[in-house]
Design a protein around this ligand. Structure first.
Ligand code: GLY
Length: 311
């Protein structure tokens, strides 16, 4: 069963990912192709080019990719100036003796391995960023870099708004190999150097051919604390179906969601390619599924966890 599963903002990459699978490409090629498409879309302000920047106005990107057959993985965090961090993550996986590179080291590695630096800050994302800064700072925002204290500003903005859009792609190829990828510009107005769950293997992303794969969007700090993506796969290993495993992992998050607010979405598939998605959001949401018989991606509703589960 060929299968592509993507988070709600992944629509435009799904057909490209399926095309890779139909042409006998690997699951990891499909995941990379799907995510690249979203990263390069300047209108998607939570991923790649056009992502809303950190508190200093710098776009810092996180991404990870994992291959379920070998458990090979690569990730980058707080990477600046590269449009397709998912491809850098893949190159870390394939060329580097490490799994995760961050900041200046990730940028250096990207340039050393042939990625061309670019400006990720678009005019609309700069405007969105400025709109949340206090007026006197917004007018002189270039001076932010010299401020001794960023923390009060980050905390003040975070209190009013906690938003972390992310793109997830999961794929299963003809050989039954599965792969999973995640990419994001992270929490807008974040403290410089903040990493979310997306580059943390096990938190935002996990794939194991023997059981399945899972990925998260939402409040990354909570997925790190619960190791959510790996939990879903572990619950499948322990015998649960993909839906029950997602509900269980969401149940693990429930006390944290109740205490801290914010939300979480999980998309997952089992090893046979049965998809499932779940959200903590009361207003719901959707994800995309395309299999070998599909003519177009199908929009599926994320299951909403009950208020009892949400604590
Ligand atoms: N889930 C994405 C983030 O928290 O950065």
């Amino acid at each position: 069963m060929l299968l592509v599963v993507a988070s709600g903002n992944g629509r435009e990459g799904v057909e490209g990912a399926m095309k890779v699978l139909r042409e006998n490409g690997s699951a990891i090629d499909a995941v990379e192709a799907g995510i690249r498409r979203v990263e390069s879309d300047p209108d998607e302000d939570s991923v790649g080019l056009g992502g809303i920047p950190n508190i200093l106005g710098q776009v810092e990107l996180d991404a990870s990719i994992m291959e379920g057959r070998t458990l090979a993985a690569g990730a980058v965090g707080a990477l600046t100036g590269v449009e397709n961090p998912i491809s850098v993550a893949r190159r870390v996986m394939e060329l580097c003796p490490h799994v995760l590179l961050v900041g200046a080291g990730a940028r250096r590695f990207a340039e050393e391995t042939g990625f061309v630096p670019c400006n990720l800050l678009t005019t609309p994302s700069l405007q969105k960023w400025r709109s949340r800064l206090p007026e006197q700072i917004s007018e002189n925002f270039r001076e932010l870099e010299d401020r001794g204290e960023l923390l009060p500003l980050v905390r003040a903005i975070a209190e009013k708004m906690r938003r972390a859009g992310t793109v997830n792609f999961l794929a299963r190829d003809e050989r039954g190999d599965i792969a999973c990828g995640v990419s994001t510009s992270g929490w807008p107005w974040k403290y410089p150097g903040r990493l979310g769950d997306s580059p943390i293997i096990g938190a935002g992303n996990y794939a194991d051919n023997r059981y399945g794969a899972a990925a998260c969007t939402g409040y990354g700090e909570l997925a790190i604390r619960c190791n959510t993506a790996h939990s879903v796969v572990l619950y499948m290993k322990m015998g649960q179906g993909v839906a029950a495993a997602c509900r269980e992992a969401m149940g693990d998050l429930a006390p944290l969601l109740a205490a801290h607010g914010g939300g979480m979405n999980i998309v997952a598939m089992d090893r046979q390619g049965y998809p499932f998605g779940i959200t903590s959001s009361a207003t719901g949401g959707s994800y995309w599924v395309m299999n070998e018989k599909s003519i177009a991606p199908e929009e599926c509703e994320l299951e909403r966890i009950s208020s009892a589960q949400a604590g």
